[in-house]
Design a protein around this ligand. Structure first.
Ligand SMILES: [Zn+2]
Length: 235
């Protein structure tokens, strides 16, 4: 793995926890992590960075402590807040890639758009109940909008409402970390879509191609206008 790699992690929850733990000693030089939440007892089963003693504390503060203990030589920048259209590009600048573990679709689309506009790979994932997916999008490969088109106009369930199973996000976070390792080693897993169904015990890899009418890949999306991300901005 080459040196000087800088990774931005959006979300320090169920997906971000395993991703951050696995990246801490991977040889990356720097991790920026952004989250605006506090540690909640009802999330401890899946947010494995935190302990019962952290309940009520800022996630980002706890995450920084864990990362510094795991790897004292790692450069860490904790950012308390949300990943928003106004600051997305500035946050992404200077990073080798972005890993997204947000709990709502609006942020997932924002990360996809910002990464594409910055020319930075994005490793994204999502899960509901017993199943989930992980996607590696390169500037030259299919993106999240090739997969899901757009944020649903009708209101969708948040993670808290739908329920998220701890081991499912653990597996998906591990898959995200593996994709990151491969990217940092110089591989090009762009367009790889991993799907995990815990009830069926099935892990499947497919390859998605660019959709001819994808507005992001076609260059129709050239900025991050807030209204594009407010339709389903739950949580
Ligand atoms: Zn696309």
């Amino acid at each position: 793995m080459s040196t000087g790699q800088r990774v931005l992690v959006v979300g320090a929850g169920g997906l971000g926890s395993p991703v951050l733990r696995l990246l801490a000693r991977s040889g990356v030089e720097h991790i920026t992590v952004i989250d605006d939440d506090i540690v909640d007892e009802s999330n401890l089963h899946r947010q494995t960075l935190y302990t019962a003693g952290d309940v009520g504390r800022s996630k980002i503060e706890c995450a920084e402590q864990v990362l510094r203990k795991l790897s004292p030589e790692l450069s860490v920048r904790p950012v308390e807040g949300r990943f928003l259209p106004g600051t997305a590009m500035e946050l992404l600048t200077g990073h080798t890639l972005v890993v997204e573990g947000a709990d709502n679709l609006a942020t997932k689309f924002l990360v996809a758009d910002a990464a594409h506009l910055c020319g930075v790979p994005a490793v994204q994932a999502g899960s509901v109940r017993w199943a989930g997916w992980a996607l590696c999008a390169l500037p030259s490969s299919a993106c999240l909008r090739c997969l899901f088109e757009d944020i649903p106009r009708d209101r969708i369930e948040t993670c808290a409402e739908a329920g998220v199973v701890g081991p499912v996000v653990g597996v998906l976070g591990g898959l995200q970390a593996a994709l990151v390792f491969r990217l940092l080693r110089g591989e090009h897993p762009g367009g790889e879509l991993w799907h995990y169904d815990a009830l069926k015990g099935a892990l499947r890899k497919t390859f998605i191609r660019r959709r001819s009418d994808c507005p992001l890949c076609a260059g129709e999306i050239q900025d991050l206008r807030m209204e594009r991300y407010t339709a389903a901005c739950a949580a």
